[in-house]
Design a protein around this ligand. Structure first.
Ligand code: HEM
Length: 491
């Protein structure tokens, strides 16, 4: 395959073997990507993963590329390549986008109706997942794990309905599938592709992932069959309003109607949503514990909004402007990945505006993390500003300023779920994350409940846990402990 010429970052010397640079990338990608951005931000550079070199191009090209069709520039193929799909999700995403279009056409327009369901499940989830000790005293907890289980329960309520969302086996499967998949993927990506066929089958995580799929089929198939039979036999049958039903209704061919496909897509929904949402919540809590002075202003906003409006309204969540800003800033400082807008150039070379032609087959991405740490692109920042500083109200201030100037349209630009040509953590354009509006609601509901009802702080002498990395992906330390206690006084 023809490749474009560009410098490869991360080498310590001319003699360092590429394989070693690739190994160092697994846990040391941040300085490498920042080095590339600082030196070549208006050009392009490669980062060295051992499964593949990824070309990092300037985000200035995103407007030209964001709505390009899959046949020319593929988001799915880049996603599959990053997931080493032959040994993880397979080729299902090349055969169907049923879950993607259902999120766009059914879930997002129905977000309002999901709020009461999420609220209801939250009561149950908090009762089930928060240790009883916190009721009376400060208790050391693994908050990541608590939030993970709450998110899995809430998401399952909307994806599969009230029955499976309380089924222990499904909850474990939906959580562990992602963990097993990432363990497999990160291990394989550290190795050159020619060894993947030999190594993959030796990984216990690979076999656990397969077992997760078998469990998903065993749990979901009877539900699909029962729903189909009810629909066929009872005129008065009221169809459930959840992702599974919407996908069953929207299935357009035998492959999409197949119970194995529907089960697999539920696992892929879990993969796309549960840990990503949990990470955003956990980062927000870790950041607040490191900056406890921000707890009170957030609690004030939450209680004032909730006392004046009904939480079951979508507009209510939109009024949580400071909470929204906190989540966006926390994501800016701790993004899920340092690279976004992964794409593969399909059959024909792609001529970039004001740039070179990318040969067919090129896998490229954009340095989403570095861009939002560059004062030139960080909204509201002045030249020389300390862009590493955590300012939870950065975006709410910008929104308020825009609204004060009568420009509420511009204010929307600073919302968590809004993407633009420098805010790329959900991608941007046609193939940007279709679940981000749901994620924003879920995170706000969880944080509002946790902040109003509980207090958090780090144990004596402990600060914010350092983020962990696996290639370009970053994640909060899941084992970090915080102290948690029921709030004595509600504001
Ligand atoms: C904070 C949480 C989340 C983050 C940071 C996130 C981020 C992303 C990103 C970066 C992409 C790739 C976009 C591109 O190719 O340009 C993506 C795709 C996607 N996201 Fe999200 N996402 C989140 C939550 C969710 C949720 C809650 C859902 C489902 C309700 C979801 C469903 C999807 C789907 C279906 C895709 C397409 C790829 C696939 O089929 O798996 N995401 N997301």
């Amino acid at each position: 395959m023809t490749t474009i010429k560009a410098p490869v970052v991360g080498y310590r010397s001319w003699f360092e073997p590429a394989l070693l640079v690739g190994f160092r990338f697994v846990q040391g990608s941040k300085p490498m990507i920042r080095e590339g951005y600082d030196n070549f931000k208006n050009a392009m550079f490669y980062v060295q993963r051992n499964d593949s070199k990824i070309l990092v191009i300037s985000h200035k090209h995103v407007d030209q590329l964001r709505n390009m069709p899959e046949e020319k520039l593929s988001a799915i193929r880049a996603h599959l390549k990053n997931l080493v799909n032959k040994y993880s999700v397979g080729d299902i995403l090349l055969k169907t986008d049923l879950h993607f279009r259902t999120l766009q056409t059914k879930l997002t327009p129905s977000l309002n109706n999901t709020i009461p369901l999420l609220q209801d499940e939250m009561d149950f989830a908090i009762e089930a997942e928060v240790p009883k000790g916190v009721e009376s005293d400060w208790t050391s907890v693994q908050i990541y794990d608590i939030v993970l289980h709450i998110v899995a329960r809430l998401s399952a309520r909307v994806f599969l309905g009230p029955e499976l969302c309380r089924n222990r086996e499904w909850l474990d499967t939906s959580i562990h599938y992602t963990e097993n998949l990432f363990e497999t993927v990160i291990f394989l990506r550290a190795l050159p592709t020619f060894v993947h066929p030999f190594v993959a089958h030796m990984l216990p995580s690979y076999w656990r992932m397969k077992a997760n799929f078998t469990t998903a089929k065993r749990l979901i198939t009877p539900m699909v069959l029962e729903r189909r039979s009810n629909e066929a036999n009872f005129a008065s049958y009221e169809k459930p309003k959840d992702m599974l039903q919407w996908m069953m209704d929207g299935a357009q061919n035998d492959y999409e109607k197949d119970t194995a496909t529907l089960s697999h897509l539920q696992l892929l929904l879990s993969l796309a949503s549960i840990h990503t949402t949990t990470m955003a919540c956990a980062h927000s809590i870790y950041d607040l514990c490191a900056h406890p002075e921000f707890f009170e202003p957030l609690r004030e906003e939450i209680s004032s909004v909730l006392s004046s409006s009904d939480i079951n309204q979508k507009q209510t969540l939109q009024k949580l402007v400071k909470v929204d800003s906190l989540i966006k800033e926390s994501q800016r400082v701790n993004p899920p990945s340092q690279l976004a807008f992964n794409r593969i150039v399909m059959d024909k070379p792609l001529q970039l505006k004001d740039g070179p032609t990318l040969p067919a087959g090129t896998h490229f991405a954009m340095a989403s993390d570095a861009v939002l740490h560059d004062a030139a692109y960080l909204p509201g920042a002045t030249q020389g500003a300390n862009t590493a500083e955590f300012d939870p109200f950065r975006y709410s201030k910008l929104r308020e300023e825009a609204v004060a100037k009568g420009n509420s349209e511009a204010g929307n630009r600073y919302q968590f779920a809004t993407t633009d040509n420098s805010s790329l953590h959900f991608g941007h354009g046609k193939y940007s994350c279709p679940g981000r509006f749901f994620a924003a609601n879920e995170i706000k509901l969880i944080l509002a409940r946790l902040l109003l009802d509980y207090e958090f702080k780090y144990p004596e002498g402990q600060g914010r846990p350092v983020n962990l990395s696996a290639d370009e992906n970053l994640y909060p330390d899941p084992n970090a402990r915080v102290m948690m206690r029921r709030r004595q006084q509600k504001a």
